[in-house]
Each structure stands twice: as C-alpha cells, then as structure tokens.
Design a protein around this ligand. Structure first.
Ligand code: F0G
Length: 457
C-alpha cells in the first residue's frame, strides 16, 4: 500500500503566523487563558474547530461567482435543494445561516418546559437551544463510548436499552424528538453504526417519536460504516449516506463541516406541517425560505461541497490523516482517544494531567500549554464546556475531560500535522509543570466561549 496523499493540489495559499514563546505568554494572559479570546493572527496552527474553516475547491469558488442573489426563488436555492435531496430524499429543505440557527427554529417549535430531547450525545449548541426553550436534553451514549482509550468500531452508538427505559419512565408524549449526532462530536468524533440507527429508529417508530439526524459530519460517519460495518464494504459512501438518511424523519446540518462551506446550514424533513411551522419562524428570524439567512453564493458553495465530500479518495485521506496523528501520539504514550475519530484528535486531559483535579479544568490547562509551547490552538471539551453547578455552587464535572484538536478540511499538510504531534509529545514530557486554572468570570450559558480564567499558583 502506497502513502495516502492529499487528494488535491494547492492553487492559493494563506500566511500562518510565527510568534515567540515569550510573546505567547503575554497573548494567553491577555486572552484570560481562553483560546476563543486569542486573535487568530497570533496562532500558528489553528485547530480550534473544523467548522467553517475548510479550504473551498476551485469549483466552489467558481460557484460563488454564479450565485444568484434574488430575494425569492433564486436558482442557487434550487441547486442547493437538489443537492440536499439527492442525499436525504427529504421533501422539505430549509436553509439557515448555520447549524444552530436550524436548531433554534426546530426547538422553538418542538421544545418547552416538561419536554425531553433524547440523543446519543447532543452537541453544546444543540443542548443550549433545547435548554433555552425550557426543555431538557438527555444523552444515552452506549457503554463503549464511555471509555476514551478502549477502541471499539462504533463508539458513537446510542444505548437503545437506556432509551427504552427512559421512554417508559417519562412517557413518549413528553419526548418530541430523538436526535442522533453523526459523528458524535462531543464524544470523540466517533461514528454511529447503521445497525444502531435502525435499532433506535425502531424504538422511536413504536412510540411515535420522530428521529432526526444531526448530520454535520454525515459523510465521515458514512465512510466509517463502509470501513467497519459488515455488509457495507462494497457499497458507495453516497449510497450509505442515503440509507442513513432514509431511517430519519428529518435532519439538521451545519454546512460548515461536511459541506466544506465557510457558512451555512439547513433543516430538512418529511413532515409537511412541521416544515411549514419552521418556514414561518424562518421568515421571522433568518429570511425568506429560498435563502434563509444565506447569500445565493453560499447556497452554491454548499451544493457543490455536498457532492465533493462524498468523493471516496477525499474521505480515505481525511480519515487516514486523523488516524495518522492519533497513531503517532499513541506510540509516544500520550493518552489519546481511541480509535481515531473522523474530524479531530481528542486528548484525554484527565490522564494527561493526572496531577490537576477536574475542578481546576485540566483540559483548559492543556489547551493553554499547547498554545504556549507551539502556537497551536485547540479547544477544551470537558467541564468548562459541559460542567454544571449544584446548589452549593460546587462543580458537577462533565463525564470526560477532553482536549480536541479539530483538523480543518483540506487545509493543513502532513508536515503541519507532524509538527503538531511533536509539540503535543514535548508538552507531554513536560506535563508536571502545567498548573490548573480557576474561573474568574463566566456567562450563564455556553460559558466556554467567553469565560475568563487564571492559573492557580
Ligand atoms: N451539531 C454539531 C454536532 C456540531 O459539531 C455543531 C458545531 C453544530 C451542531 C452547530 O453548528 O456551528 O454551524 O451553528 N460545531 C462546531 C465545532 C462549532 O467546533 O465542533 P454551527
């Protein structure tokens, strides 16, 4: 087997920014130890997110020039709608400016006090939009997904028995929707099997609970099914994706991930009445249903991206490149989530910094150390992101303390990735010098975006 190469050549480049360690000490302090508050010009390799950070193709840029900016009935909308329907076969396709805008609309209609939304794992904005409506989001991740360093093929799978028990306990009437996130971003970018989707669908169907897919990374998930699930090796990823959506009643999607777009998202569904309610709200908050908060050019970029992402040479390179860095780290003894996920490397910060207790946010401390040592920006997915307080204002920690290094699509080359691995391994060798953090200021919801912290001396 020859080296799996980047399946593209580079037409246009952007500078990256070299800084000194002394300078980065000042930057991190001025950003209150929160990577979201660092200016991107002070970052060398930016792995904060794979969202909206993809390199678009020359076809997508050409599509941008063809974008038709008519307020109503733009041909760009119809190309976008066709591209979404080609994969989902859902009759109602509603554009939105990004994933969370689609979520806000959906949960404003279906949410409310006393309701429960069940999931394998909800992403942070999804959960926040559910909670904002007054409802509660409940995760039922399968057993394999609870153990960061024990490999299993489908660690994103939902616990079907726990789902059944919950429906029994709360009553199906109080559960407006089940949401399966593919791949499971908050749980390590791990895939969900087709078998699990079918099993969840059967339970939902029996209780008349619609099943929606949070489809941000549907192509990466479909490729994992091809690689790992018996019976799918000879089926094209596009057909696998189509089957995946065929089990769902609807989906939300951030096109900033697997559609390679810099902005955009959508809602798609079968239910006509719900779609009409969504469109009515869309007009109020996003825009007319044929543009939904996007420019015509954005719709073109998404339509083209949705086709490109199903190219199996691309997906092979994509999944292999995450596995490549994960393997390097594992070989050096770095505690890393296994197996490799679809869009990011996840470090197990609890094991990496076992001298820092969870209430001192080991994940955030590790994020700071990676920036100081190598100018790399990562994000904490742990108790800063998901922690809650009890009545005594004590931290209720998240299940896992992870640090995610999300790899933007088609942006960095193998030598960038080698550099990232070197930095992580060096930080691991010097880990005992890293100190925990305390929060000095935080917002009531989604606090990780704006929280200010300081090191504990
Ligand atoms: N669902 C999942 C699984 C996501 O990963 C995201 C975004 C969203 C929904 C919301 O989409 O950003 O377009 O509003 N994830 C980004 C990330 C922000 O860094 O993982 P959005």
């Amino acid at each position: 087997m020859k080296t799996i190469i980047e399946p593209f050549k580079i037409k246009s480049v952007e500078p990256i920014f070299f800084t000194t360690p002394e300078y980065r000490v000042e930057v991190l302090k001025n950003a209150d130890y929160n990577p979201f508050l660092i200016h991107s010009n002070d970052v060398l390799i930016d792995l904060l997110t794979d969202s909206g950070t993809s390199a678009m193709s020359s076809d997508q840029w050409a599509g941008i020039m063809k974008g038709d900016e008519s307020y109503a009935g733009s041909p760009s909308y119809f190309r976008f709608k066709d591209a979404v329907q080609d994969i989902t076969h859902m009759p109602h396709v509603i554009p939105a400016h990004q994933g969370r805008a689609a979520e806000k609309i959906l949960f404003s209609i279906l949410g409310g006090k006393g309701k429960y939304f069940v999931s394998n794992t909800l992403f942070d904005t999804t959960r926040a939009n559910i909670e904002y409506s007054g409802a509660e989001g409940v995760d039922f991740i399968g057993e394999a997904g609870k153990h960061p360093t024990i490999p299993a093929p489908f660690k994103g799978n939902m616990d079907v028995e726990a789902l059944k028990a919950f429906i029994e306990e709360k009553g199906a009437a109080n559960i407006p929707l089940c949401i399966i996130t593919v791949t499971n971003n908050s749980g390590g970018g791990q895939p969900v099997s087709m078998g699990n989707i079918k099993a969840v669908k059967a339970v939902c169907h029996e209780h008349h609970i619609p099943l929606f897919i949070d489809a941000c990374r549907f192509a990466e998930n479909s490729y994992f099914i091809k690689l790992r699930e018996p019976g799918y090796a000879d089926i094209s990823v596009k057909e696998i994706a189509r089957e995946l959506f065929s089990h769902a009643d609807g989906c939300t999607m951030s096109a900033k991930k697997d559609a390679f777009a810099n902005i955009g998202g959508f809602l798609a569904m079968h239910d006509e009445t719900l779609a009409q309610q969504c469109r009515n709200l869309l007009i109020l908050t996003e825009g007319f249903p044929t543009y939904g908060g996007l420019a015509g050019r954005d719709l073109e970029a998404i339509a083209i991206g949705l086709k490109e992402v199903l190219d199996e040479h691309y997906l092979q390179y994509r999944i292999r490149s995450i596995e490549y860095i994960t393997n390097k780290l594992e070989a050096a003894g770095v505690p890393v989530m296994l197996p490799a996920g679809g869009h990011a490397v996840y470090l197990d910060a609890k094991a990496f910094l076992d001298h820092i207790p969870v209430h001192q946010y080991p994940g955030q401390a590790l994020v700071g150390a990676l920036y100081l040592h190598g100018g790399i920006r990562a994000v904490e997915i742990g108790s800063l992101m998901f922690g809650k307080y009890n009545d005594q204002h004590e931290l209720i920690p998240a299940a896992l303390e992870l640090v995610r290094l999300a790899i933007p699509r088609r942006v960095y080359t193998q030598s960038h990735i080698d550099y990232v691995a070197e930095v992580i391994i060096e930080v691991f060798e010097q880990r005992k010098a890293i100190k925990g953090l305390t929060i000095i200021e935080e917002a009531p919801t989604l606090r990780h975006f704006t929280a200010k912290l300081k090191p504990i001396q």
